[in-house]
Design a binder for this molecule. Sequence first.
Ligand code: C2E
Ligand code: MG
Ligand code: MG
Ligand code: MG
Length: 279
Amino acid sequence: RAKQDGRGGFRFFEPSLDEAARRRRQIETDLRVAIRTGQLQLNFQPIVASDGGSIRGFEALLRWPHPERGFIPPVEFIPVAEETGLIVQLGEWVLHEACRIAAGWPENIRVAVNVSPLQFRSAGFSDVVLQALARSGLSPDRLEIEITESVFLDGETGVLQILHLLRRMGVRVALDDFGTGYSSLSYLRSFPFDKIKIDRSFVTNIAEDSTAAAIVKAIVDLATALSMETTAEGVEDRSQHAKLQAQGCSTLQGYLFSRPLDIAAVTRMLSENTKACAA
Ligand code: C2E
Ligand code: MG
Ligand code: MG
Ligand code: MG
């Protein structure tokens, strides 16, 4: 936590830098063990149609139940995994696991997988995707890769080649956390994403704050004009849902519909869904 020191600068108190560095090293050590011993799990959060609420897909989200320290959130261990390069190995496991599980779902249900910049740019990434599809038998158009614009920070050329390769394979690509970066718009010109995910920070105040609402409206209109689908992240209440639906946002994701679920709960939800559709 930072406190103003009275001269316009900032001084850092708790946790001290030493302590933060120690915690990071501990996470790195434990994460290696976690990967080796299979401690990591995937949860899945539904993405639903804004009109009618039918399930369109699920986003795979990593969960780490640490044997001594309880759940460690992704915001804590993903950055460590990126800095140490462990994300490449971890991300490969996520892709295989997500495709394997999604292959057992009804054919109209997609799976979205987050891929970090280092993993995306790593040699052989597209081969890993091909392998995950081949081994699971999942149809490529049921896999959606989510990247953030930070993937472009070290140069666009190589990244665009991989994006086009994924496209030729029939895999979908979504631009995640849209609006939080420095130049999100320019990336829309570089590549025809299948979907834009509108960041939760714009969704939170959409019902009360006309500025937030205007920004979301502009993003949805832009996406529609570019034939891109939209998903609003972090939808927590009915007033946000109503507003997003009125603005033409096609799909929604958030605690209002469901928290991320373990595999057993997903299976239950899908079988209830199938029964409801048959009835
Ligand atoms: P993200 O891809 O933007 O994922 C959405 C995050 O929002 C998830 O946090 C989800 O649990 C949370 N969320 C969903 N609905 C709501 C809501 O209504 N309210 C609030 N307050 N939050 C909501 P989570 O699971 O903690 O993941 C955080 C981030 O960690 C993800 O952001 C993603 O960037 C990263 N991450 C998670 N799993 C993976 C993975 O397998 N690979 C990579 N590279 N990154 C991952
Ligand atoms: Mg995501
Ligand atoms: Mg996101
Ligand atoms: Mg986000």
